[in-house]
Design a protein around this ligand. Structure first.
Ligand SMILES: Cc1ncc(COP(=O)(O)O)c(C=O)c1O
Length: 390
């Protein structure tokens, strides 16, 4: 079986071939240090500039307001830790949601230990933040609100504009950080226009290389580095730049940012075809991704089976998916997102995330559902808890 059906695009995407070729050219030829004063350095600096402009254009921001990082995790950490460090007078209270990525949740837990008051706002069964609770929590002590724009496990899109409006009506100078890693280049994300102070993006979710990301920081809003060194990235993120990675990121963002609507339509057709074919599946399952969620993610929980077992059976068909979030799937705990949406306990062990990209097809979605129809009856847990033999 040569064909592969890769439906784990929220964990990471397949890098565009053009990006791989370009990165290889940069790594082999443009190897100067962008800080060096000679020709090789200037050449590398020129390529960095081009990549910075491409990512900035995709976000409709100025390139000098973008800082390259090692990915979404670092951008999230830098935004949260850096803005609190630089703005101590704003207060010691910080707010986020119960459905954040660990690279925000864990920073909040760390800050809690350091004496910050934290609030994790609850969500409804679709994963949407409770705006009344948010409103009731914002106080003169609130320094920062950090929100995930698109949830990585179930695809819920948070009402960021409404969140900013509420924040501004209570404490205008509290800062807003948006984790846009799963939203970037999938829906329009324009932080400057939206009045966002900090916004994190990552390259490997948009068919760029892994280990590269960027933080947008609104000009004039103070932010401190989290580590110190040679002063690269306007001294906010020291360390010799990952030139091939950044160049690959720039190219991927340029290749994909002009096709947001087209890709959205294509992926929506794929998701709809998947759901339609699922309709005649006689199993007990629940679709967790709400109607209003991003078409790129479809989380389905099957009663009476273990997601990990299903994942490995799908793998035998060369179909690749995730159980919940890839970042937490190796930890043997139930997903905090599925707990937050109060998923019934009979489904919680059987949640599988299918995540699409514009490189997928309707035929792949249909083939995956056909595979599910073959696999599920074989692996369903019988009442006594015993799995049927294959
Ligand atoms: C919503 C969200 N934020 C942050 C990250 C971390 O990004 P990176 O893998 O680039 O560190 C991820 C990765 O899965 C994510 O889905």
């Amino acid at each position: 079986m040569n064909r592969e059906i890769y439906l784990d695009n929220s964990a990471t995407t397949r890098q565009f071939d053009e990006v791989t070729a370009y990165m290889s050219h940069i790594a082999g030829n443009v190897y100067g240090n962008p800080s060096s004063l000679h020709r090789k350095g200037i050449e590398a600096e020129k390529h960095l500039k081009k990549a910075r402009q491409a990512v900035a254009d995709s976000l409709k921001v100025e390139s000098r307001d973008l800082y390259f990082t090692s990915g979404g995790t670092e951008a999230n950490n830098l935004a949260i830790l850096g803005c609190l460090e630089a703005n101590p007078r704003l207060g010691r209270h910080i707010i986020t949601t119960q459905v954040e990525h660990p690279s925000v949740l864990e920073v909040f837990r760390f800050l809690e230990k350091k004496g910050y008051k934290t609030d994790f706002i609850k969500v409804d069964s679709f994963g949407t933040i409770d705006l009344d609770e948010l409103e009731s929590k914002i106080s003169p002590e609130t320094a920062l609100i950090s929100i995930i724009l698109v949830n990585n496990e179930i695809g819920t899109v948070q009402p960021v504009e409404e969140i900013i409006r509420i924040k501004n009506s209570i404490k205008r100078d509290a800062l807003i950080h948006v984790d846009a890693v799963q939203a970037y280049c999938k829906i329009p994300v324009f932080p400057q226009r939206a009045g966002i102070d900090f916004l994190s993006v990552s390259s490997h979710k948009i068919h760029g290389p892994k280990g590269v990301g960027a933080l947008y920081a609104k000009r004039g809003v103070k932010i401190s580095p989290v580590f110190y060194g040679g002063g690269q990235e306007t001294a906010l993120r020291s360390g010799t730049e990952n030139v091939p990675g950044i160049c690959g990121f720039g190219m991927a963002s340029e290749m994909i940012s002009g096709s947001i609507d087209e890709n959205h339509k294509k992926v929506k057709t794929i998701k709809e075809a998947f759901i339609k074919r699922l309709g005649n599946l006689s199993e007990d399952f629940k679709m967790i991704s709400p109607g209003a969620s991003l078409p790129y993610i479809l989380n389905i929980a099957f009663a009476g089976l273990k997601a990990e077992v299903l994942l490995h059976h799908l793998e035998e068909f060369n179909i690749f998916v995730s159980t919940g979030s890839a970042c937490s799937s190796r930890k043997n705990t139930h997903s905090h997102v599925l707990k937050a949406v109060k998923l019934d306990s009979k489904y919680i062990e059987g949640a599988i995330r299918f995540s699409f990209s514009a490189l997928n097809s309707v035929a792949e979605a249909e083939e995956t559902v056909e595979a599910l129809k073959v696999i599920i009856p074989k692996i369903k847990i019988k009442r006594g808890g015993q799995a049927w033999k294959k």
